[in-house]
Write a protein that binds this ligand. Structure first.
Ligand SMILES: CC(C)(COP(=O)(O)OP(=O)(O)OC[C@H]1O[C@@H](n2cnc3c(N)ncnc32)[C@H](O)[C@@H]1OP(=O)(O)O)[C@@H](O)C(=O)NCCC(=O)NCCS
Length: 181
């Protein structure tokens, strides 16, 4: 009999970093280059995934990247990453970037994305990770939505047929029933 799967809370791997936008990070228009921002987000997300998995974890997919507003030289960025859900070897890590006024400390949401990481062994093969144990109402909602997003993600990448996506199917049926058509 195999040992029960270990689980970790979202808090145990939540990761925050602070960055300053410098001239090197910007494009000819003086705003931050999207690739530089994605690199910062990827680093923060990879630390978070590594904390959750307890193993080296590699970026497998990035989706729903949203650049809400331009970032400029001198902006202070607060980057935050947390694991919404772990599957077998993969984890959905949500990352947000906010700007912070250094004087008032007022924060403003600027960017958002979902990263999928896979934990790997020494040979680069996927290995099982601990489950996520959501605690708060918000974490439970994100956990449920992460299951739906995973099916959509795998469908869009050609790895899953819609007929093999039970969570999406149940959600669709529940939505249609609630509309009382
Ligand atoms: C990540 C990697 C090890 C996966 O190898 P693989 O042969 O595709 O492995 P599998 O098919 O067993 O998939 C492993 C997991 O990844 C998930 N996965 C694979 N492609 C995915 C995608 N496009 N979106 C979401 N999840 C994906 C699978 O669903 C599976 O998850 P699960 O174990 O939780 O069910 C391999 O693709 C790799 O090494 N990629 C390069 C990673 C890298 O270098 N990243 C940095 C880029 S600069």
């Amino acid at each position: 009999m195999s040992a029960p799967r270990q689980s970790k809370t979202v808090r145990q791997s939540r990761t925050q970093t602070t960055e300053l936008v410098l001239p090197n990070d910007t494009n000819p228009h003086g705003t931050m280059f999207g690739g530089s921002l994605l690199s910062i987000m990827d680093k923060c997300a990879s630390i978070c995934a590594r904390r959750h998995a307890g193993r080296v974890s590699v970026t497998t997919a990035i989706d729903s990247v949203e650049f809400h507003e331009p970032l400029r030289i001198g902006d202070v960025l607060l980057v935050e990453a947390w694991v919404n859900r772990a599957f077998r070897s993969s984890m959905e890590v949500e990352v947000t970037v906010s700007t912070e006024d250094p004087d008032s400390r007022e924060q403003h949401m600027a960017n958002h994305a979902f990263f999928t990481f896979v934990a790997i062994d020494r040979n680069g093969r996927p290995v099982a990770v601990p489950a996520v144990m959501p605690e708060s109402k918000d974490e439970k909602r994100r956990y449920r939505q992460a299951g739906l997003r995973r099916e959509v993600r795998l469908y869009l990448s050609g790895r899953l047929k819609l007929t093999d996506a039970p969570l999406v199917k149940d959600e669709l049926i529940a939505t249609l029933q609630s509309k009382d058509l």
